[in-house]
Design a protein around this ligand. Structure first.
Ligand code: ZN
Length: 98
């Protein structure tokens, strides 16, 4: 009897969406800025503060600027999240299944 297509909506996470642990890096100097717990797919346009797991070289400056120690602007503090400047950072992710 074939029952392989049965999926319990409670027991299984929704299919292809993987949570990621991202290392956000400065695009200018390559320093690590922070470690970010990303939920779901898509580009990183905002970083929610409660998902930033560890800060490295990011600095919070005047006018709610977030910048790297090298001086590169990374984003803007919007309260609950950082609005990211797309060209100012790179990231690499590792899949996290938990
Ligand atoms: Zn930098």
């Amino acid at each position: 009897m074939f029952c392989g297509t049965f999926r319990s909506p409670v027991a299984l996470k929704p299919g292809p969406v993987d949570d990621l642990m991202l290392i956000i890096r400065c695009s200018a100097c390559g320093r690590k800025l922070w470690r970010y717990d990303k939920i779901g797919p898509g580009a990183v346009l905002r970083c929610h503060k409660d998902r930033i797991k560890k800060m490295f070289s990011a600095v919070v400056g005047d006018n709610n600027r977030i910048y790297c120690k090298c001086g590169k602007d990374i984003g803007i503090d919007k309260g609950r999240f950082y609005k990211m400047i797309a060209k100012a950072f790179t990231y690499r992710g590792t899949k996290r299944r938990s």
